[in-house]
Design a protein around this ligand. Structure first.
Ligand code: SF4
Ligand code: SF4
Length: 76
C-alpha cells in the first residue's frame, strides 16, 4: 500500500500531533509560518508514505487528506 498526502498549510495550527503519530517519521514542522502565524507541517519524504491514514485521523483541524493506492507486486 502506498499513500499520497496533501497538507493544507493554511489550516494547520502546528500542534504536531501528526508529527508524533506518523510511523514513518516523514512529517516535520516547517520553518516558514502560515498566514495565521502558525508553523505548519510538511512532508519530508512522500515516497515513504504507506497510506496508513493515521496523520489525517489525529488532525483536529482536518488539514490532512490521504489517498491510498495498491502497489502491484512485480512477478520475479
Ligand atoms: S499516511 Fe501514515 S505514513 Fe503517510 S504521512 Fe500519514 S501517518 Fe505518515
Ligand atoms: S495534526 Fe493537523 S493541525 Fe496539527 S500539525 Fe498536523 S496537520 Fe497541523
Amino acid at each position: 500500500m502506498k499513500g499520497r498526502v496533501e497538507i493544507d498549510r493554511e489550516i494547520c495550527k502546528g500542534c504536531d500531533y501528526c508529527v508524533i503519530t506518523c510511523p514513518m517519521g516523514i512529517i516535520e514542522t516547517d520553518s516558514v509560518f502560515n498566514k495565521a502565524g502558525y508553523y505548519p507541517v510538511r512532508l519530508t519524504d512522500p515516497d515513504k508514505c504507506t497510506g496508513c491514514v493515521l496523520c489525517a485521523e489525529v488532525c483536529p483541524e482536518l488539514a490532512i487528506m490521504v489517498w491510498r493506492e495498491s502497489v502491484e507486486q512485480e512477478k520475479a
